[in-house]
Design a protein around this ligand. Structure first.
Ligand code: AMP
Length: 415
């Protein structure tokens, strides 16, 4: 038997319903903030990710699905979508449009990671990007959007973790200080961190293998921020306070992608275990330049849809019941069944027409098995009179209703 590829999964049953309902909430919320959708291709030139996500990152070094196509080009299945949005910004001259440009996306991403709970090789990201404006007001607005989304989905036990990782003026000094402080502990570091010590020492701060005491003893980035970064961070925090968004400062939060500058943040949930980041994001003021555009500040975040679905299911916050109407009918009355079904479907209801036939009693049993809310029964007598029998499957009550009053008796899909 052929099975799904390791780290990939079919999304079906309750999961796909929660996924799509969640997607609706996400789309509606970002629309209210003025975001417009962009659908980039799933494959891009590998260089795009090397230049944006960064050569020294786990994603580029170990996790990309890269292949050479028949034309000899190096192509990669996107490991994330910010790079694609930035590429599109440069390619289509979005800088000629009034800034800030606000875009959102949803789609599958691919990383060759070790699969575990909340970590897959194919996973969906929903994300937003704001391009062309460096105001700290936007950092606060984007973080508040993340928070509002979580609130609207009814998520509990959430935390916003916040940090600033400086810019190209102040981060090099911090990197040096960090390397100095880590030097005496080099031998204790895990193999990945030994490599990171040279390529990307900041990532050592969020490595789960390193000892907490060691991490706590290291210099803090916020003590090394230049005046501009410091002022920016202070403003972000004060706007968040004004908006009433709770957050926790966390000096060890650095995120796994090279393009971040200044503000970085995550929303974490207690329900997720080790892979507890529901969404992550930050500012990336040099990314567009790296990709050949003009200096264009930007920021955004990405939500992992699978993790969101897991949390929502664990918290049982999305158990909105669907109304299902089952239609049982005597043989020969298919035309009546079709006409009733079409009226109910036009009113937005989910309708199942019995397809196996036989005694009405048997059809009712099938209705029960399909969790029908109501069963509409059409017999010969009813058909002649233009009525149906309507059975409320929970209350076990049955009433005669004229066909024309059926929708109003049942109520629309939201009644
Ligand atoms: P990142 O692009 O690494 O900043 O991740 C943003 C969000 O995407 C994370 O907070 C996760 O919710 C989700 N995510 C990242 N990698 C994976 C993965 N391998 N499997 C499932 N979700 C992921």
């Amino acid at each position: 038997m052929i099975k799904t590829i390791k780290g990939c999964k079919d999304i079906y049953g309750e999961d796909v319903e929660v996924f799509r309902r969640t997607e609706e909430v996400l789309r509606k919320t970002v629309h209210e903030y003025g975001f417009k959708e962009i659908i980039p291709p799933v494959i891009e030139y590998s260089d795009l990710f090397r230049r944006s996500v960064g050569e020294g990152t786990d994603i580029v070094e170990k996790e990309m699905y890269t292949f050479t196509d028949k034309g000899g080009r190096s192509i990669t299945l996107r490991p994330e979508m910010t790079a694609s949005v930035a590429r599109a910004y440069v390619e289509h001259h979005f800088e000629t449009l009034p800034s800030p440009i606000k875009l959102f996306y949803i789609g599958p991403c691919f990383r060759y990671e070790k699969p575990q709970k909340g970590r897959y090789r194919e996973f969906y990201q929903f994300g937003v990007e704001v391009l062309g404006d460096e105001s700290p007001l936007l950092d606060a607005e984007v973080i508040s959007l993340a928070y509002v989304i979580a609130e609207r989905l009814g998520l509990k036990k959430l935390k916003v973790r916040l940090n600033s990782i400086g810019c190209k003026n102040c981060r090099p000094q911090y990197k040096k200080a960090l390397q100095e402080a880590l030097k005496p502990h080099y031998d204790e570091l895990c193999d990945d961190c030994k490599r990171r010590f040279y390529t990307n020492p900041l990532r050592i701060l969020d490595c789960k293998k390193e000892k907490e005491e060691l991490k706590k003893s290291l210099p803090k980035i916020t003590d090394y921020l230049c005046d501009e970064c410091k002022e920016h961070f202070e403003k972000v925090k004060s706007y968040l306070d004004m908006m009433g968004i709770p957050y926790e400062l966390d000096n060890t939060l650095v995120r796994g992608l090279d393009y971040y500058t200044k503000t970085v943040f995550e929303v974490v949930s207690e329900h997720l275990g080790a892979q507890n980041a529901l969404l992550g994001g930050g500012r990336y003021d040099y990314l567009i330049e790296e990709l050949g555009g003009r200096h264009t500040p930007g920021l955004g975040f990405a939500i992992g849809m699978e993790r969101l679905v897991e949390v929502l299911k664990a918290e049982k916050t999305v158990s909105k019941e669907e109304k299902i109407v089952y239609i049982a009918y005597r043989e020969g009355l298919e035309k009546n069944a079709f006409s009733v079904a079409s009226k109910l479907r036009n009113a937005g209801l989910t309708v199942l027409i019995d397809s196996k036939g036989g005694a009405i009693g048997k059809q009712m049993k099938r209705a029960s098995k399909k969790n029908a809310t109501y069963t509409v029964i059409i017999g010969e007598e009813e058909a002649e009179k233009g009525v149906v029998q309507l059975k409320d499957m929970k209350k076990k009550e049955q009433v005669e209703v004229s066909e024309s009053n059926l929708v109003s008796t049942i109520g629309g899909k939201d009644a």
